[in-house]
Design a protein around this ligand. Structure first.
Ligand SMILES: [Cu+2]
Length: 670
């Protein structure tokens, strides 16, 4: 913390600090440009690489490899499309080696070469192969080159109502030599679509699922176990650097960080991506190596999200030898689900997208877009760093010092997830982290938030909100929240109260220990999650002596859909609805007043940290009846009396990101 120029106490009382702010649009800073794809090409991006001559090579989930000329849309503004290979089995990775390509298929890495120079591959060689079970969920990713010339591949788990490893090395990351030899590196992986090197280390991104409470990014060293035990089935095989067996992994529901203290080899993530707050399914990541061509974030990471069609930004630091850091929202509004990110030769970013069967907020089935920095400086939290007594935020441009010194400008919470065999996790053990003091640097570029060191919890995500901070020219932050995963607390000099720009009045802060006791109790949380109410009756009312008048069964199907789009019931009749979640994601069923499904879905999305506790059901009169969130392969029945008034009511899933697609009509007739 050596460079902080400490200001002495400023009397703030400044009315302008929270005055009207200017509208501030992300489009002014980062623009999305769509590359038009001809009608007859299904460009469902699986792999992507920029070639040295500027063309963009892609592999598609339909099994083709394309070479796209003029992807920057220069001159006449038209790209060209040339098919280089076809007939492959869902190639989800592509690597150009100068004279040939390596692509993944489900069961192998294949070498493609054009030996007669006609622009089309005539060699399809099996470069390296592994067994297959035939399960639809056996995605295979890579190869991804490492700086030392090695390559990496990862193998997705099977899905059989839970993650399973039905053929060898499913759930593993393997090194792939230039001779095609596979060497197991680490396991515990579930759905590892994004991986590669960052500052010399290997990272991979993970999606929420069984044993995975929320999306995350983990630093994988040789022999690491990242959390899903299915792959441990192969840990006794020759060449395995992993020593754990499936029996070594307890499903206690404690935070993963705490379990890792007792299970050597279990690796807590470098960062968590809080589910629905910053995306729902992390995919590819890329280090910003553009030296400023893409804006002020050189050396940080950008991470795609398939389900929410967004890109997040990750700023990592190493504390006591352990990677950790912050996830920030960065850019939303892409056309389909984001799977691949690649730097263009000009420092812009190609964003490769696909959503068939996986569904995404972006409505298109696929797309290629380019994200371009306009050259205008976005006002953002650039970095957050751990300090012995809190965090220090660096901004991309100087803050309005009076506004930044206001204690109400910030809010901090910490929370974590359960580590258990169940699909996903609610947010647990939420606590407010009360501020003690604020130190604004002389140059206005840094703000140190000082808290009681006892309020910092290792293994927890610290949500840092800076909604009141403004730039010197009156702009709000483009994104006001960062999520810092605190694995280690940095050493160094604690702040002295005499250094505070603002000493926070204690009245605003809750008593820390009392709050911990209340919100940390599993009993409290369970009660909140299972409570029935007038809107959610899960036992048949005793007065229904002849049973329900009608039983309706609604299921889910992949692609964010209910299996029935319309149900008819009689006004005032006794209804039992059985909601079967047959999909591999979390869903609920919420019955709304006519025309209210979108508003209810939107309100569910905006519940923020409270979302999981409320099962994403907002408290509004527009909600008539609902189930809780139902896990994959589980079901829930609710009982209610249909409205007396005839009309077209609606049902909707309010799990964030689902409501716009996942809706149906409940026709109530006389
Ligand atoms: Cu849903």
């Amino acid at each position: 913390m050596k460079n902080i120029l400490l200001t002495t106490l400023i009397t703030t009382g400044c009315a302008s600090a929270f005055a009207q702010s200017k509208p501030n649009k992300i489009d002014d800073y980062y623009r999305i440009i769509t590359i038009p794809v001809p009608e007859n090409i299904k460009m469902e991006i699986g792999g992507m690489q920029v070639l040295p001559d500027g063309r963009l090579a892609t592999s598609t989930r339909r099994g083709e490899v394309w070479l796209i000329g003029n992807p920057y849309l220069k001159g006449d503004g038209k790209p060209s499309f040339h098919r280089f290979a076809s007939g492959l089995h869902e190639p989800l990775g592509l690597y150009y080696r100068g004279k040939d390509f390596l692509v993944s298929q489900r069961g192998e890495v294949t070498r493609l070469e054009d030996t007669n120079n006609d622009g089309v591959a005539d060699v399809y060689d099996s470069f390296s192969r592994w067994p297959l079970s035939g399960n639809y969920h056996q995605y295979s990713y890579g190869p991804v080159p490492m700086p030392n010339g090695e390559m990496l591949v990862t193998l997705n788990l099977d899905w059989v109502g839970r993650g399973a490893s039905q053929s060898k090395w499913r759930g593993w990351m393997l090194k792939l030599g230039q001779d095609g030899k596979l060497t197991p590196w680490a396991t515990g992986l579930r759905s590892p679509s994004g991986f590669g090197s960052y500052k010399g280390d290997i990272f991979y991104t993970e999606n929420q699922g069984d044993w995975v409470g929320s999306g995350r990014m983990t630093h994988l060293e040789k022999g690491d176990f990242a959390g899903n035990p299915a792959g441990l089935r192969w840990s006794k095989e020759e060449g395995s650097p992993v020593k754990l067996t499936p029996e070594d992994v307890p499903s206690t529901g404690e935070p993963l960080y705490d379990v890792a203290k007792k299970v050597p080899g279990l690796k807590p993530p470098a960062v968590w991506f809080p589910h629905t707050l910053v995306g729902i399914s992390t995919s590819d990541f890329k280090e910003d190596v553009t030296n400023g061509a893409f804006g002020p974030f050189t050396g940080q990471m950008f991470v795609g999200d398939q389900g929410h069609s967004i890109i997040t930004r990750v700023d990592l630091e190493k504390v006591n030898g352990v990677w950790q850091g912050t996830v920030f929202p960065f850019r939303e509004g892409f056309m389909s689900g984001i799977l691949r990110l690649e730097w263009g030769l000009d420092g812009s970013m190609f964003v490769g997208q696909t959503s068939r069967g996986w569904s995404a907020t972006g409505k298109e089935e696929f797309g290629i877009q380019r994200l371009v920095w306009t050259g205008k400086m976005p006002f953002e939290m650039k970095t957050v760093r751990s300090t012995p007594d809190g965090f220090e935020i660096t901004f991309t441009s100087p803050v309005d010092k009076a506004a930044a010194a206001q204690q109400d400008a910030y809010k901090m919470n910490s929370f974590t997830y359960r580590y258990h065999r169940t699909y996903g996790s609610p947010i647990i053990n939420t606590e407010e982290v009360p501020l003690k003091g604020i130190i604004v640097s002389e140059d206005g570029l840094r703000v140190r938030l000082v808290v009681d060191p006892a309020a910092l919890r290792k293994g927890y995500i610290h949500e840092i909100k800076a909604e009141g901070v403004k730039s010197t020219d009156g702009n709000n932050l483009l994104h006001t929240t960062g999520y810092y995963t605190l694995n280690e607390i940095a050493g160094g000099q604690a702040a002295n109260a005499s250094q505070f720009t603002t000493t926070v009045k204690a009245t605003a802060a809750m008593d820390h220990s009392a709050h911990a006791a209340a919100s940390g109790s599993a009993a409290t949380e369970t009660a909140a999650n299972t409570a029935t109410s007038a809107k959610r009756i899960t036992e048949m009312p005793a007065s229904w002596t002849n049973g329900p008048d009608q039983v309706v069964t609604i299921g889910t199907v992949p692609g964010l859909k209910f299996d029935i789009s319309e149900i008819q019931v009689k006004a005032g009749s006794k209804i039992k609805v059985v909601f079967n979640n047959n999909d591999d994601m979390l869903h609920n069923l919420v019955i709304t007043k006519p025309g209210a499904a979108n508003a209810v879905g939107e309100a569910g999305l905006n519940l923020g940290l409270k979302g999981t506790e409320l099962n994403y059901v907002p408290k509004t009169n527009d909600v008539l009846f609902h189930t809780n969130i139902v896990e994959p392969e589980k079901s829930e029945a609710i009982y209610f009396v249909a409205p007396k008034q005839a009309g077209t009511y609606q049902y909707v899933c309010t799990f964030p990101g689902h409501y716009s697609l996942m809706q149906g009509k409940l026709k109530v007739v006389k």
